[in-house]
Design a protein around this ligand. Structure first.
Ligand SMILES: Nc1ncnc2c1ncn2[C@@H]1O[C@H](COP(=O)(O)OP(=O)(O)OP(=O)(O)O)[C@@H](O)[C@H]1O
Ligand SMILES: [Mg+2]
Length: 377
């Protein structure tokens, strides 16, 4: 016969335990037996039964106390307890439920009643357990999925950064290499004196200082903010524009900032906010560069407006987003780009940062000749 679950029967009268055991076994349950409260506690921990049938009136430790201790131990707290007792008083029954019992059977008990109540509560317990496992499994799955997304978006940002650092460093590296060449030429032509050498060293140190500064800027940019702080939105946007406009200019794209109002303080995560702005302007850059019609001006206008609250808009001239896909652009992995150009998580991460982490709003709409993304704080 299939095993329908393991029941621990507890009663100080061996004859009662025996009777319960025979009846339950005949119905397909596995039965363990205990003859007192302490023994029941020990067996529950050692064998982890699926259900406990518990007598109330027992010497040394009664059923109520036994049940309370079962519920106080995290190991056994989840095991359903059905009281079984000759006490028929309503107060006794209420007390049984108060101690954590799920049901109450009166003695003398009917075989059918015991079997069907035990069966019902076991089913409930198994269902509850499998639900709990499912939830835990799903939660773990989601957590690792999110971790992966965050990791990928970091990698994407880092790729973008590397491109920019390489670009920022080209100029000073050229200058350093030219200076080295100069020193050699000066030596060959007998022009190398201490002054010449000194001015060359100054040129090189200036260039390397600049390179160190850019490296630091980018490192700070990628560092996650630890907690929400008060920061100035306009300054944050300006910082992004300052850092990235040389790189965008290389592609012939102008970054413009306009603002109205004053006092642009908000509470949030400044670094993550800057990364969102970078995601948005990088998308605009991609759209502008892949636009078929090359006649229009290549520019991205960013505005920071303070009315009741602060709103940031980013408008581009990239030709807009087709209406049939505009509803999906915030979905994870939605992209219209080739795998080397995009993974489709930029906007998903941006939406998560702005809406879930900061409680603001990120929305999109097509405008004349391009797209407008809007952040409402
Ligand atoms: N400014 C824009 N103009 C036109 N289309 C856009 C614009 N911004 C986003 N899109 C569309 O939305 C899609 C999703 O953007 P998202 O930033 O999430 O991913 P991606 O840029 O493709 O890749 P990733 O940002 O992960 O490198 C893009 O592939 C593009 O089709
Ligand atoms: Mg993107």
């Amino acid at each position: 016969m299939e095993n329908k679950g393991c029941v621990l029967a507890v009663d100080d009268q061996p004859i009662n335990v025996k009777l319960l055991s025979v009846q339950l076994q005949s119905a397909g349950f596995t039965v363990l037996m205990a003859y007192g409260g302490q023994e029941a506690l020990d067996m529950a921990v050692a064998h982890m039964p699926d259900l406990i049938l518990l007598d109330i009136m027992m010497p040394y430790m009664d059923g109520y106390e036994t049940c309370r201790r079962l519920k106080a131990n995290p190991l056994t707290a989840g095991i359903p307890v059905i009281f079984i007792s000759a006490l028929t008083d309503v107060a006794e029954k209420v007390n049984a439920f108060k101690c954590g019992g799920v049901d109450y059977i009166c003695k003398p008990f009917q075989k059918e009643e015991v079997i069907s109540r035990v069966g019902t509560h076991l089913n409930l317990y198994f269902l509850q357990r499998s639900l709990k496992e499912k939830v835990e499994e799903e939660t773990a799955k989601r957590r690792s999925g999110e971790q992966m997304l965050i990791q990928q978006s970091k990698m994407a940002a880092m790729g973008e950064m590397l491109g920019m650092i390489a670009h920022q460093w080209k100029q000073p590296l050229n200058a350093i290499s030219a200076t080295a060449q100069d020193i050699e030429d000066a030596f060959i032509h007998n022009e190398l004196d201490i002054e010449y050498l000194h001015s060359s060293v100054i040129t090189i140190t200036n260039q390397t200082d600049f390179m160190l500064r850019t490296a630091d800027d980018f490192r700070n940019f990628l560092r996650p903010s630890k907690e929400k702080i008060l920061f100035n939105v306009k300054d944050a946007v300006e910082e992004v524009i300052f850092m990235f406009s040389p790189y965008f200019a290389k592609s012939g794209i102008g970054l413009n900032l306009g603002f109205t109002g004053e006092e642009f303080s908000v509470t949030g995560y400044p670094n993550e906010f800057k990364q969102v702005i970078l995601n948005l302007i990088s998308n605009s850059k991609d759209a502008i560069l892949s636009r078929k019609d090359k006649g229009t001006a290549n520019k991205i206008d960013i505005t920071v407006r303070k009315d009741d609250r602060i709103a940031i808009t980013i408008r581009d001239t990239g030709g807009g987003i087709p209406e049939d896909i505009i509803g999906r652009i915030f979905d994870p992995y939605f992209t219209t780009k080739t795998p080397d150009k995009g993974t489709g998580i930029g906007l998903y991460m941006s939406k998560t940062i702005i809406e879930a982490n900061m409680g603001w709003r990120l929305s999109v709409s097509n405008i004349e000749g391009g797209v407008e993304f809007r952040i409402d704080t």
